[in-house]
Unconditional design. Sequence first.
Length: 455
Amino acid sequence: MFAVINPATGEKIKDLQEDTVESVGEKFRSLKAAQLGWAALPLQERLQCLSRFYDLLETEKDELARTLTSEMGKPVSQSYNELKGARNRIRFFLENSERWLSEEWITTEGGTREKITYEPLGVIANISAWNYPYLVGVNVFVPALIGGNTVCYKPSEYASLTGLKIASMLYRSGVPENCFQAVIGGRETGEQLLDLPFDGFYFTGSYKTGKHIAERVAARMVPCQFELGGKDPLYVMDDVVDIDQVAAAALEGVVYNNGQSCCAVERIYVHEDVYDTFLESFVEQCNHMVIGDPMDSATDIGPLSRKEQMAVLNDQVHDAREKGAIQHTGVEPLDLRGYYMRPVVLSNVDHSMKVMKDESFGPVIGIQKVRDDEEAARLMMDTEYGLTAAVYSDDYDRAEKLMKTMHTGTVYWNCCDRVSAGLPWSGRKNSGFGSTLSYTGIRAFVQPKAWHLRG
């Protein structure tokens, strides 16, 4: 048994039974036995099941949003946004999967006809994350099921109630229980999955855990995808006219979901000619953020999801201040139960400080002054991560020149912390490899087969 804790209060919501070695093995075997039958169904039947799941996310959104907020801590308004975003992604898969999974006839040579078909991998392990359980979940299990795979889904222990609701809704939508199995538990349960002969491993989480999974399963030569962390930079050029608007967008990129996002803005660089104006606006707007009960629709920032992360963030702030950084916000403690932390804005920062190099995953941001675009680009790429990079400028050509130098899976011009179902979501370096979303995410769960036909 393990306890599900409400991070806003520190109180127990519920005890859940963890899966055992025996139950995990039994679930895997049931998925294996059912996979060929699920794959044999016409694609339209599988799509109909996921279409009903899409509908349930809307009709039951109130209960789902409250459950997510209670166990994870994000403001309930953001839980509603997450459900809306998940439906948008499912709709993309429903509308585009047939096109990208259909057989393709290739130009023939001589008397040989050629085609490509796409076959399911088999049984996949979907080891998911707690920060956006619906979004990162549907990125994987929806196209996997549509493609004819069966799925062993392990939600994070910090989003287990949401994971169980996902499983229940899929069953009610017509997905057989032996085609989608939720495995509940923490690290030990995750380790048990790595001992089983899955046909693919799809993980969302930290670089450290992703590296461990990759090392454990490498010898099996099965497809793996890893959506890992980031230290995502944002650069403000000196040609920006509306500094307040840019500061507001950057602030939202920092504190949305309390900064607990792989693509949150984690470093800001500002051209020296607009630095002071930007910093003043950013700090002023940050001081007006409402921190409190995540069930209150007026709340901007709720608690952190994990108590342990508070020590990581406080260490980054302490390290920066010891090395000369100036703290503008977040000095006064909060008189609230739960895992609350005021957003911290730091200036006079540099790359000797942890806050500018290590992933924060929380509402702490360093804002560094730069001389020119060349210095900004060099600092933006001074990282082990490669998920996203954002540039704010009123001159697209100038911004494009810098964006082309970014070794990241995604670049943004005049926006940040954004994901689109029609575009691939991928990382480089320690941010992982592989791709979800777009047509590449549809084909991430199938194996192409080449056909050479004569006669």
